[in-house]
Ligand binder design. Structure first.
Ligand SMILES: Cc1ncc(COP(=O)(O)O)c(C=O)c1O
Length: 433
């Protein structure tokens, strides 16, 4: 187990028969009982990570809040757990808002995001009475003002600022730079215009700023850099209405054994210390700090188990091993060139003697889960487990090629609970008229 131990959930062990076990459950037995592909979450790790975030932030300021970014994984069971653990909820569409409300999340604890909210979504957020709406464009501010006025409401908002900090991560998940579809840039004065527009809008109540610089961040120095720019901006804007500072999410996780991300505590300490130091230095009252982690709460807790459905050796080229899922349940390798490793649930400690390309079942050459996997010999019907698939995995699932979306189970103390059942063929045609 040693080699992949920091990528798998910490509860991962080997059973007496030599199988991979997570949360006290034999992964081979889970695959036999629930079928494959199967997404398995360590429920204790999910809960523990939420608690660590809350504790680490509130050690600096009891007013600090953790807003879970539901886009990373939004099963009802997870949203209910987040509510129990006193988190707030980041939703980025009307659908995510619906799911949070359906899970019993109090609207006042919901933060509504989105760079392209339409009138219906803004109306839904207003009708639900969400706590905060993060505004992303000048026309959105005007529309929100109008829709809130029609309802006799005055909506609390944050202005999403892109500070011009570029963290070292993939361009597709880097959001804090000037040239971004998200937010208002400091450079060029757009952020100042947005603050002025909010202040001028009768039905918009500006309470602070939001800034998400990107995702899968390992170098925490980007946060103090952003905090310095944000504090200077708050000072320049004057007024006493910018009392909330949402610093976004972005903490990275280990996908392969080469990855060594900072801890939740290091992230919390860096963000809180930076905001406090910068606001103190600017002579500003310390803001209420929010952070919005997604990946670092759910990523490591989830693994996906597939069954091998074919092997092929092309002489002098390579060995292909195909599994019963792929880009329909794990898009990240195709979307960002993300790298993963694999482990065999029935012999996690067997020697890796083969180099192979692990591919999915979809009709796309790009449907490659792992370009160069080092694994023991594999044959049809063998199980393969990819760790660290808990974030942006099933959340991005599709029905491409008529593939039904996988079941999701939570495991804890040797018990497995299906929290999302496998999709059926009938559901593939349920919407067709
Ligand atoms: C506005 C916002 N907040 C939070 C997050 C969560 O990021 P992460 O999963 O990297 O923590 C995202 C991710 O896209 C985001 O866009």
């Amino acid at each position: 187990m040693q080699p992949l131990s920091q990528v798998l959930p910490p509860s991962a062990t080997t059973t007496p028969e030599g199988h991979l076990s997570i949360g006290g459950c034999d992964v081979v037995a889970l695959a036999a009982e629930f079928g494959t592909p199967l997404v398995i979450y360590d429920a204790a790790l999910l809960r523990d990570t939420m608690r660590r975030y809350v504790q680490a932030l509130r050690a600096h300021d009891p007013r600090a809040e953790v807003v879970y970014a539901s886009k990373a994984f939004w099963a009802q069971a997870l949203l209910r757990m987040a509510h129990q653990e006193d988190l707030r909820m980041d939703v980025a569409s009307g659908g995510e808002l619906f799911m949070a409300l359906h899970a019993g999340f109090p609207a006042g604890k919901i933060v509504m995001h989105g760079n392209a909210k339409d009138a219906r979504e803004i109306g839904e957020a207003l009708d639900a009475m969400v706590g905060l709406i993060v505004v992303d464009s000048l026309d959105e501010i005007a529309l929100l003002d109008q829709l809130a006025g029609e309802r006799g409401r005055r909506q609390n908002v944050l202005v999403r600022v892109t500070p011009g900090v570029k963290p070292s991560t993939h361009a597709y998940i880097s959001t804090g730079q000037l040239d971004s579809k998200f937010g208002f840039s400091l450079e060029g004065g757009l952020a100042a215009q947005a603050v002025a527009a909010c202040r001028a809008a009768a039905n918009v109540n500006l309470v602070g700023l939001h800034c998400h610089i990107g995702s899968q961040i390992f170098e925490l120095g980007a946060y103090p850099a952003a905090a310095a720019l944000l504090a200077a901006f708050v000072k320049e804007q004057g007024g006493d209405d910018l009392t909330v500072m949402d610093m976004g999410g972005g903490l990275g996780i280990a996908y392969t054994r080469d990855d060594d991300p900072p801890s939740v505590e290091e992230f919390a300490d860096t963000v809180m210390d930076a905001v406090h130091a910068e606001w103190d230095a600017a002579g500003l009252p310390r803001p209420r700090v929010l952070v919005e982690p997604g990946r670092s709460i759910v990523g490591r807790a989830g693994v996906t188990v597939y069954r091998v459905t074919g092997t092929k050796d092309i002489p002098g080229v390579r060995r292909y091993v195909a599994v019963d899922g792929g880009m329909s349940d794990l898009m990240r390798p195709m979307l960002y060139g993300a790298t993963y490793e694999a482990i065999l649930p029935d012999r996690p400690e067997a020697e890796a003697t083969d180099t192979l390309r692990l591919v999915g079942k979809h009709c796309e050459s790009g449907d490659v889960l792992i370009q160069e996997a080092e694994l023991p010999p594999l044959a049809r019907d063998d199980l393969v487990c990819i760790p660290a698939t808990g974030a942006y995995g099933v959340a991005m699932a599709s029905n491409y090629n008529g593939v039904t979306r996988p079941a999701v189970v939570f495991v804890e103390d040797g018990r497995a609970t299906v929290v999302v059942r496998r999709e059926t063929y009938a559901e593939l045609v349920a919407r067709d008229l």
